[in-house]
Every structure is written in structure tokens, then in C-alpha cells.
Design a protein around this ligand. Structure first.
Ligand code: CP3
Length: 356
């Protein structure tokens, strides 16, 4: 199989030269786009949108129709995995995700098994196939999963949390139980990402949104170790093309060298670390993805352009190894026109930097 017509994103991750710095945005398909809100309304709710491949495909393509983005990301959610593990995911309007059956009891944790992604998450694989067909090899498609620790946070808490009281109590009191959850979840995520790759995902990303809430030692033991295991179990190639893997621990800047050493091709950065400093720390080991503060998009267009240039200047020259992104997902309150400014600035300014 050949690479997509625009393979700049894949080349940057694999450290092959690129003419400009490619970009995509975490949560690029979302509520800041009126067309997303319309499709979501047609779907009835967010979960129906995720579980209906034709609608998931439709919203995946929406940001690409508006902006000159260099990659598509599968439209889904990290919490479909615990849903497939039997926890019963639902979204209460305006309240975020919840589980009907949070994992707290020892018997339930012992009963946990890894579902077959081609069965319980068939709708995701069908969406991947449909999106690839619709993209017609224009840009690469990114598949994704949550990290085992981030998924465990939601599974044990039963939803979002401000203090992670239940999962951290388990971590300190009954680490054996948390390790059992993480182990089954790591097996599930490995099979899930490999199934996405088999279905057509051309790169994959692991979202570790809450690993950064752990102590340094606990991060190694409860988050990083399981991501290392997943990365080791991922298919590295499909149809003769490498399938790069990006690992993103939000608030993980302190542990950058350790993250870069787990075998991934790229490391995602949030906005709390200077990308130039991050580059000096990891050297040539991995590509870097990031890292403008998503809140910059609330400012005026001149500020948006200036902040994008700051990140590009800080990363510096070298023609590859940088995938531009936000440091976290785009907010639902983002003015869509500011995204155009960001995309155009990244493309034009990074071309200019390569000439200087
Ligand atoms: O990046 C993309 O465009 C792909 C789609 C994607 C979504 N969620 C769609 C979504 C991805 C990659 C995610 C990942 C995700 N989901 C994470 C990890 C990354 C991160 O943001 O930290 C987490 C923690 C979740 C769990 C989740 N899903 C929460 C906490 C919420 C509610 C918060 C909110 O913004 O309302 C969701 C819902 C969700 N996932 C939405 C979208 C577009 C909004 C749902 C809606 O339309 O109402």
C-alpha cells in the first residue's frame, strides 16, 4: 500500500524531512464546529454518534473540510473500551461520562476479562474502514486509545473526578487489585489498537490524561509500565508501511526522558513545557507533538499567530520531528475562525523557517 498523498504527518513522526510542520488538533471534531453540533443532534446523543459508523465518519471529516489539516483522527471516545468491558458507559447531558457499574469490588475486578475488539468494538473498526474509504488516501488516519491508568481512573471512580479518591485509595491500599485492572486493560488496549491498525489506522496515539496526577514512583509503576507493555505489543507495520505510535501523558513533562524510552515514535507534550527544552532533553530519540495552550485560541488572531510562531521558533530548525498540535483538546468555546489562523500560520511560518 502507498502512503497518503499528504504524508507530512507520518514523515515528521518518522523523522523524514518535511517541507513544512504538519498539524492536527486534539478533539478537532467537536462542539466548537456548528456542523458537528448538527450531526450530534441528528444522532440523538454523543454515544450514538460514536456507535454509528456513518455518523462517526461524517464528523471525522468535518474539520478537514474546513481546515488544511495534515491528519484525520478517528471520531470515538477513550471510554468505549471500559464500556466494551461491561461497565455500562452513559453520558448525562452537561455532566460528562459516567459508568453504571464502577469497578470497586474485588469479585468484579477478578471477573474482568479482555473483550474481543472485533466483536464488542466492531462499530469502531467499521468506522475506521469507512473513514479510510472516504479519505481516499488524502491524509493519514490516526487511531487512538486511552492509557490503562487513565481508563482505570474512570472505571474505578465511575466517572470524572477532581481528587481521584477511589482509584488512589485502591492504589495505596490494594495495589494488587489496581494492577489486575491495569493488566486486563493493557491487554484490551493492545488488541484494540492492533485491530484499529488492521482496519486501516495509519498511526496510533495513547492518551494518558491522568498519569500526570501520580507521584513519580507511582507513575512508573501504574501508568508508564503498562504503556510500555502496550507499545511493545503493537504492530509496527501494516502493508509494508510503518505505523508510528504517539504517547501523550498530560502533565508528564517531568518524566519526558522516561516516556521517550518506552519504544514510541512520538511523545505528545502539554503546554507546560517548552518544546525546545523538550527537544534538547530527548534528542533524536522521538518526534515531539504539541504544544500550544488551547486557551490561546480565545485570544485575537494576532496573538494566535504569534503564539504558534513561538512554538515553531522554540522547536527550531531541522526540517522534521515536530507535529504541531495543541497541548490538550480544543475547547468547545473556540471561535472556529481562530483555528484557520492557527493552521495557516503553522504551515506558512514553518515553510519560511526552513528557508532561513
Ligand atoms: O481528537 C478527536 O477529535 C477524536 C475524538 C476524541 C473524543 N474524546 C471525542 C469527544 C478523543 C481522542 C477523545 C479522548 C478522550 N475522551 C480523553 C482523552 C483526551 C483528553 O481530552 O484528555 C478523555 C479523558 C475522554 C473522556 C471524555 N469524553 C470526557 C471527560 C468527555 C466529556 C467532556 C466534554 O468535553 O464534554 C467526553 C466527551 C467527548 N469526547 C466529546 C467529544 C467530541 C464531547 C461530547 C459531546 O459532543 O457532547
Amino acid at each position: 500500500m502507498t502512503r497518503p498523498k499528504n504524508d507530512t504527518f507520518l514523515r515528521a513522526l518518522l523523522k523524514e524531512p518535511t517541507e513544512y510542520t504538519p498539524l492536527w488538533l486534539m478533539r478537532q471534531a467537536g462542539r466548537y464546529l456548528p456542523e458537528y453540533c448538527q450531526t450530534r443532534k441528528r444522532a440523538g446523543n454523543f454515544l450514538n454518534l460514536c456507535k454509528t459508523p456513518s455518523l462517526a465518519c461524517e464528523v471525522t471529516l468535518q474539520p478537514l473540510a474546513r481546515y488544511d489539516l495534515d491528519a484525520a483522527i478517528l471520531f470515538s471516545d477513550i471510554l468505549t473500551v471500559p464500556d466494551a468491558m461491561g461497565l455500562g458507559l452513559y453520558f448525562e447531558e452537561g455532566e460528562g461520562p459516567k459508568f453504571e457499574r464502577p469497578l470497586r469490588e474485588e469479585w468484579a475486578i477478578n471477573d474482568l476479562t479482555a473483550p474481543d475488539p472485533n466483536d464488542h468494538l466492531r462499530y469502531v473498526m467499521d468506522a475506521v474502514v469507512e473513514i479510510r474509504r472516504a479519505l481516499d488516501n488524502s491524509v493519514p488516519l490516526i487511531g487512538f486509545s486511552g492509557s490503562p491508568y487513565t481508563l482505570a481512573c474512570y472505571m474505578v471512580e465511575g466517572g470524572g473526578s477532581s481528587d481521584f479518591r477511589h482509584v488512589k485509595t485502591m492504589l495505596y491500599d490494594r495495589p494488587d487489585l489496581l494492577h489486575r485492572i491495569l493488566s486486563v486493560t493493557a491487554d484490551t488496549v493492545t488488541a484494540y489498537l492492533n485491530a484499529q491498525i488492521d482496519s486501516g489506522a495509519q498511526a496510533v496515539m495513547i492518551f494518558d490524561t491522568w498519569g500526570g496526577s501520580l507521584s513519580a514512583a507511582a507513575y512508573q509503576e501504574f501508568s508508564l509500565a503498562y504503556m510500555r507493555r502496550i507499545v511493545a505489543g503493537l504492530k509496527k507495520e501494516k502493508d509494508g508501511e510503518r505505523v508510528p505510535c504517539i504517547v501523550f501523558t498530560k502533565n508528564g513533562g517531568l518524566w519526558l526522558e522516561d516516556i521517550a524510552a518506552i519504544g514510541c515514535d512520538g511523545v505528545g507534550l502539554d503546554w507546560t513545557i517548552d518544546i525546545g527544552e523538550a527537544r534538547r532533553r530527548v534528542g533524536d530519540k522521538v518526534a515531539l507533538q504539541g504544544n500550544v495552550d488551547p486557551n490561546v485560541l480565545f485570544a485575537g488572531p494576532d496573538v494566535v499567530a504569534a503564539e504558534a510562531k513561538k512554538v515553531l521558533d522554540s522547536y527550531g530548525t531541522g526540517n522534521t520531528g515536530h507535529v504541531f498540535n495543541l497541548g490538550h483538546g480544543i475547547s468547545q468555546f473556540t471561535p472556529p475562525e481562530n483555528v484557520s489562523v492557527l493552521v495557516d500560520t503553522v504551515h506558512s511560518y514553518s515553510r519560511l523557517l526552513r528557508k532561513s
